[in-house]
Each structure stands twice: as C-alpha cells, then as structure tokens.
Design a protein around this ligand. Structure first.
Ligand SMILES: [Zn+2]
Ligand SMILES: [Zn+2]
Length: 342
C-alpha cells in the first residue's frame, strides 16, 4: 500500500513509498483511509523541530483522517465492514495515573499517531476499536477528516477555557485551528476576533473574513482601536492562543481584561519571554489545552453533523504522491489545510 513516511531525522526527510498492509490483531479494525489532512504538528514533524525530536523514523505520518471499515478482528464488537469512521490521534496505556483519572489524552505513556507510532497517511490503518468513532452520512469523508481538529477546539474552548456567552474573545493565529476556534467560540455564544500578521494576509485572513469572522491584521491595524470601534472597550474577556508565536502570548497578556483568561492551544517552537508580573497583577487565569479525548470526538461529530462549522474553504486536495508539495504549500501558508486523497 502507499504511505507517506518520515524517513530521516531532518527537515523534510519524507518519502511516498510502498509498505505492507498492516497486520491486524484480534481486537483491531482495518480501516481503508479515504482522506487524511496535514495538521500543524505534522508540519513540526516535517521540519523535525526541536519540539518533535522524540520522533523515531521510519514512521508513517499523520493523525487526522477518515475512512471506512474494511475488516474487523474476531473479538471486535460494535463495528462492521462499511462503517464510516474517524480515528483518535492519541493511543493511551489505560493504567497510568492520568488514564486512571480519566485523562487518557494526556496519558503518561501516550503515543501520538504519525509520531510515536505509525499514523494515517496510508491506504490502510490497523487500529484498536476504542479509538474509532462512526460518523453519519451528512458528513463527507473529506469533512470528517477534520473531526480531529474540531475535537481539539471542542476541548480547548468548551472544556478548558473559561469563555462565557457574550464574551469578546481574541483568537491569535488565523490558521486552521484559529479559524475553527473562532467558529467554536461562536457556538459558545461569544464573539471571536481573529488576529493575524502580514504573512497571513494572502490566504488565511481572506478565508477568515469570508466566513464572516471579524479579522484583524495586527501589522496594519491597532487591536485596541479596533476593539473600541466595535465593542467600546480596549480589552477582551478571553484569548485563545492558536499561533504558537511568543509575541502572540505577550499580546494576549496585554489585551486580556483584569480577571480574564487565556487558553494556550498552539505549541511554541521557541521559549517564550513574557512579563508574568503583569499577569499576576491582573489576576489572569492561564489555561493550556492539549489534543482531545473520546467525548470531544463524539461532540465534534455532532457539531459538524448539525452544520455548525464551515470547513470546506480551509481544504485543498492533493495526491499522496505530491506530499512534499502539500507540506511546502502548508509551510508557505498557501493552503490552510492540505488534504490527501487515498
Ligand atoms: Zn491535528
Ligand atoms: Zn496512560
């Protein structure tokens, strides 16, 4: 079968290659992938960024994807051939302290698909049944590929942040997570304002604006002036940081109201320098949010099924053979969400 494999510990170092169809255990399901999409963390893996030096090549990349059940193992119940499914990104041990406390997505021995273990950028994936979620006919396979990133925002905005209905919420970073985050903030009854920089002006910010989201280019416009003009206030009630840029964290500290909250979703590739005394004096709550759990997946599927997200404008399709092009286009910010058609 065809697979996109991280072969070497260096920038790029990927290859589209033939590998054997995975062997299937009695408690596993063999999924024939239809679509799989590139996540920000896959780009870190492509870069072989210091945050991702734990990756041990060769490994099949990717953790966002959808497909149908091809075969089920002898002890699997609840799934049958033909079911439309998405796969959770994180495999957990089930017995460590985090798992026992019900926080399996931050399992002490977690394995991220496409990084610690083979991922979903391939024609077939063998996966244990508890990591699968069925999705309805109302969602196309391509749309379902984005269940995973939507589940990440379900976790960040609905579980981890303290965003209330009516809040004005700054979203730093107009990438796919930022744009999906803005849509999730609306679902929570709050008002999102997406902030980007000049480099986002070509593709990302026009998409954000086209979805009816208030979107500011911070290199051209003052955020406080924008806030005064639209909301008659200089601060925001909350920030969801989706860019991973240290400067965005400093902006968040400056602009969040006293007693407000900041939720960090983006992974920072560099160490962050910030005036935390300012945060203490303002009594800001800083939350972090990582990945998503079983319930977040189920909830993301329901929200997508109800048509609450516009995701098609984020996506551009690529053949797996054009994987390098897809990664390079994502890095150049030409395409928010490159998607492989397997
Ligand atoms: Zn992802
Ligand atoms: Zn565990």
């Amino acid at each position: 079968m065809k697979a996109i494999v991280k072969k070497e510990k260096k920038f790029g170092g990927i290859e589209v290659t033939e590998v054997p169809i995975p062997d299937m255990d009695h408690d596993e399901v063999l999924v024939r992938m239809h679509h799989a999409s590139i996540c920000g963390s896959d780009i870190h893996a492509y870069h072989y960024a210091p945050t991702h030096h734990f990756i041990e090549p060769p490994v099949i990349m990717g953790h966002e994807g959808s497909g149908h059940v091809e075969k089920v193992g002898s002890s699997v119940t609840g799934f049958r051939p033909g079911d439309r499914v998405v796969i959770e990104a994180i495999q957990y041990c089930g017995v460590c302290e985090s798992c026992m406390k019900g926080k399996r997505h931050i399992c002490n021995r977690f394995q991220i698909r496409g990084m610690h273990r083979d991922g979903v950028f391939s024609e077939y994936v063998a996966v244990k049944a508890p990591y699968l979620h069925k999705f309805p006919e109302s969602l196309s396979y391509a749309q379902a590929s984005l269940v995973e990133p939507v589940s990440v925002l379900t976790h960040a905005v609905l579980d981890r942040s303290a965003i209330g209905a009516g809040d004005v919420v700054l979203i730093t970073g107009p990438g796919p997570i930022g744009i999906l985050g803005a849509q999730m903030v609306k679902i929570a009854g709050a008002e999102p304002v997406v902030v980007g920089v000049e480099a986002d002006e070509a593709v990302r910010m026009p998409i954000s604006r086209s979805l009816g989201i208030k979107t500011i280019n911070a290199d051209r416009e003052s955020i406080p002036e924008f806030l005064i003009k639209h909301y008659n206030r200089e601060t925001v009630h909350a920030v969801v940081e989706c860019s991973g840029a240290p400067s965005a964290f400093r902006t968040a500290l400056d602009l969040v109201v006293k007693g407000g909250n900041i939720t960090l979703v983006g992974l920072f590739a560099k160490l962050v320098e910030a005036n935390l005394s300012n945060a203490v004096r303002k009594e800001i709550s800083i939350h972090t949010s990582f990945s998503s759990d079983w319930e977040n997946f189920e909830r993301a599927i329901k929200l997508l099924d109800r048509g609450l997200f516009q995701i098609d404008p984020l996506v551009a399709h690529y053949r797996p053979d054009d994987a390098i092009q897809a990664f390079e286009d994502a890095i150049a910010k030409k395409v928010p969400k490159p998607m492989f058609d397997f």
